[in-house]
Design a protein around this ligand. Structure first.
Ligand code: MET
Ligand SMILES: [Zn+2]
Length: 794
């Protein structure tokens, strides 16, 4: 058998984000379930045919499609549907639930993802049904968010959806043999959380034995349908594992392997790891784990190659899948270097035991470069999106099987691009490099300590207790997006566009004033995205037209690309901030994106350390902070929602990362006077384990996501935060209007933990995905609550 080419997952949204559009159309009632299912059906078909028939890939994945998130799909598949959703939608806690490819499952599924609220028809405020969404969390260190499964000690698992099977069969009916993808049992449990009221010593991993029979069934169904192998993802193998978790791998895979062998036509188990190094856990995998294949990420962890290759060589049949094409970044691979790795693997294992693959699922890279006609041709030639990455994999496979000469022309072109990028003046700017050399520690601290600043700021702002604010963005309505698109296409003039934006700002200020918000924002209408906007104003960045990647659910982001040294040619936000300030007597908060988030949410150059790139970004933001201050904007928020997601997956590397990333935040924020109030904002994660780093950031105020994870942030035992803090009191990701009592409850909880005069009242993130009427109602309820607490507590 020859060397095979494989993919581990294809981006779901479609070349033109068809899935996003149709899912949203379904949510707003414009299309029905059957129309949505048809869209999904067609998208899958296109993606399989593209990978197999057009690109010539050998191993094509199935069950990588999802309407919202693959972890949620899997929770559904194994019946881990929390009771509160079952009660409303399924009205049973036992019967087999509807099949995931039929229309009626969608309401339960989306309620779990987004929350659900049904108001009475008489117009009264108290909902008949009121379900919050499940928690959402970053998928490892990516900017993809998964829905966190919930488990309780008596959790029963039951095969509940046959999505995995239907998708396999759909591909098969098209003549395409696929390798279904599933999350592995150990990672699935480790990624979950315990449901409220579970005993303190309960850990989801204890449920493994109850979960395995469902996997056995899945394996049996797939084998019966004709599948030859299954990709089982165990990304947790690249992390530090507790002894219990570590032991679980053997238990799990012995069981799965036995089930696979029992099938009339045995099915191969292909264990897949990515995002890091499995060497510290290698003894759990090789030589003893009964698996048929192993995938390793050689982009993030090339250092593991030799050791694993040697271990694989000792195994009589194991297939090794080598992730030599970066599934997380958009640079063209150096095919010559990648081929060296392939050659080594083939020399040691033989062709029939080597598979060439991307480092991880291509979920994290955009669809294809085809739509990028307008991109600067020199830089475009340095890039590869999902389709181009599969082409690279197929080329390497061809070379492995038929000799390097058979890809001679392609290889030459590839080496030319690599060489040009390495030496291009576009990537190196001597002025920026000089400025980096002049960074001193002095630039990384405020002039006075927080208590001194606090006194001065109290005098100036004179804010009430429980001051209210928002996180920055206001509804990005269809009109806003349309106006921006027309402006970008040159259909409306700069003047007309500015007028339009100013009208939105006016509306936004009026709404905040009407609802008695204390510190106002301009609404971020001029920004498609909090990173793209700044990237567009910085040198060293380039933009794609269609380079979307899924962030959560139907939300996609279009990360800009940092290809060269970054600097700020001119102010970026001063004019809008000044205009907004002119419309109100209240403090107006200038809104910036922090350097670490700029880095994390961009596709980053891979030819220098991230620290250097982040320092360049920090200097650019620092210049903007100074200009805002000079223009009279004396509250400035520097968002760092991605600080935590940049944490290395292993604890031992945290310290180094937090040192340089917090330094970069300080570099960006510390030029200001004591009287300028610096805010920062973070969302989506648990923060208490990095509280020391957050404290070192020394922002005067931090607003932080908290409502979706239900005050977990505040539960950290040793929690103390010295400056002011606004743990979000309602979830902006859901269309449901937060009720007074739930926000009061959250504030009460915060009061148990935090100093009463340090608490801000705010939503947990920006309001861009909400509708104006939702924002209006929600902010009214929110300020009512703040006012009630002022009178109660002052
Ligand atoms: C993901 S954090 C978002 C912060 C940004 N200022 C906003 O309000 O949208
Ligand atoms: Zn946020």
């Amino acid at each position: 058998m020859p060397v095979l080419s494989a993919n581990l997952g294809f981006p779901r949204m479609g070349a033109n984000r068809e899935l996003k559009r149709q899912v949203e159309a379904y949510w707003s009632g414009k299309i029905d379930a059957s129309a949505l299912l048809k869209v999904a059906h067609d998208l899958r078909k296109n993606h399989w045919e593209l990978q197999k028939n057009v690109l010539g890939l050998d191993v094509v994945p199935s069950n990588d499609f999802s309407f919202y998130d693959h972890v949620l799909d899997h929770a559904f598949t194994v019946g881990a549907i929390p009771m509160r959703y079952r009660e409303v939608f399924i009205k049973t806690n036992d019967d087999l639930l509807p099949c995931a490819l039929e229309g009626d499952f969608l309401s339960t599924y989306f309620a779990m993802a987004r929350g659900f609220q049904q108001l009475p028809s008489d117009g009264s405020e108290c909902p008949i049904v009121d379900l919050e969404a499940m928690e959402m969390k970053k998928w490892f260190d990516t900017n993809y968010h998964y829905i966190v499964p919930e488990f309780h000690p008596n959790q029963q698992f039951k095969l509940t959806s046959n999505k995995f099977l239907e998708e396999y069969k759909q591909a098969k009916s098209l003549g395409i043999e696929t390798r279904p993808v599933l999350i592995g049992p150990v990672s699935f449990l480790l990624l979950g959380k315990t449901s409220p009221n579970s005993p303190a010593d309960f850990e989801p991993i204890q449920l493994l034995e109850g979960l395995l029979p469902v996997y056995e069934e899945i394996i049996k169904h797939l084998a019966e349908a004709g599948a030859c192998s299954i990709q089982i993802d165990e990304p947790c193998l690249v992390q530090d594992l507790s002894p219990k978790a570590a032991q679980s791998y053997h238990v799990a895979y012995s069981c799965l392997s036995a089930a696979a062998k029992k099938c009339a036509k045995p099915i191969k188990i292909h264990l897949t790891t990515y995002f890091g190094d499995i060497i510290p856990n290698l003894s759990l995998v090789l030589p003893n784990l009964p698996i048929d294949g192993l995938h390793i990420d050689l982009i993030r962890a090339p250092q593991q190659f030799e050791t694993i290759l040697n271990a694989a060589a000792k195994h009589p049949t194991l297939q090794l899948s080598i992730g030599v094409i970066n599934g997380r970044n958009i640079w063209k691979a150096d095919l010559s270097a990648a081929f060296e790795t392939v050659k080594k693997a083939v020399a040691v294992l033989g062709a029939d035991r080597v598979i060439i693959a991307p480092s991880c699922s291509l979920l994290h890279t955009p669809h294809s470069l085809d739509a990028e006609a307008g991109l600067n041709p020199e830089v475009k030639d340095w890039l590869a999106f999902s389709v181009e990455k599969i082409k690279e994999i197929v080329l390497l496979t061809k070379a492995a099987n038929n000799g390097i000469d058979c890809i001679k022309d392609e290889l030459e072109a590839n080496q030319r691009s690599i060489q040009i990028r390495r030496t291009s003046p576009k990537t190196h700017n001597p002025t920026v490099q000089e400025r980096l050399k002049c960074i001193t520690r002095d630039m990384m601290h405020r002039r006075s300590t927080f208590d001194k600043r606090w006194v001065k700021q109290q005098e100036i702002f004179n804010l009430p207790r429980f001051p209210t604010t928002t996180i920055g963005s206001f509804p990005q309505t269809a009109e806003v997006r349309k106006a921006r698109a027309s402006f970008k296409r040159g259909e409306i003039s700069q003047e007309k566009y500015n007028e339009f934006i100013n009208d939105e700002i006016k509306k936004c200020i009026q709404l905040q004033e009407k609802n008695d918000i204390d510190v106002l924002v301009h609404g971020e209408f001029e920004r498609t995205d909090m990173v793209e906007f700044f990237g567009e104003h910085l040198e060293g960045y380039i933009f794609t037209k269609n380079g979307w990647v899924q962030s959560y659910g139907s939300r996609c982001v279009k990360p800009p690309i940092i290809y060269g040294d970054v600097y700020r040619p001119k102010p970026m936000t001063v004019e809008v901030a000044k205009y907004a300030k002119s419309l109100t007597k209240k403090p107006l908060k200038g809104m910036l994106t922090g350097p670490v988030t700029m880095l994390q949410w961009s596709f980053v150059r891979d030819d220098q350390h991230h620290k250097l790139t982040t320092q360049q970004l920090a200097l650019a933001i620092r210049d903007e902070v100074s200009d805002l201050e000079t223009a009279g904007i004396n509250v400035i928020q520097i968002d760092e929602p991605a600080l935590r997601e940049g944490l290395p997956l292993r604890h031992s590397e945290w310290k180094e990362y937090l040192n340089w990333s917090v330094d970069c935040f300080l570099l960006a924020s510390c030029s200001v006077a004591d009287t300028t109030q610096i805010h920062t904002h973070m969302c989506y994660s648990d923060f208490y384990d990095i509280i020391d780093a957050i404290t070192r950031m020394d922002a005067d105020v931090i607003t932080i996501e908290n409502s979706r994870s239900n005050l977990k942030f505040l539960r950290g035992e040793s929690f103390t935060y010295p400056n002011e803090i606004g743990p979000g009191i309602y979830d902006i990701h859901s269309p449901r209007i937060p009720l007074h009592e739930e926000m009061e409850h959250r504030l009460e909880e915060m009061l148990k933990r935090l100093k009463r005069n340090s608490i801000w009242v705010n939503p947990d993130c920006g309001l861009k995905t909400r509708k104006w009427n939702e924002v209006d109602l929600a902010l009214k309820n929110m300020t009512d609550v703040a006012k009630k607490f002022r009178s109660k507590n002052c």
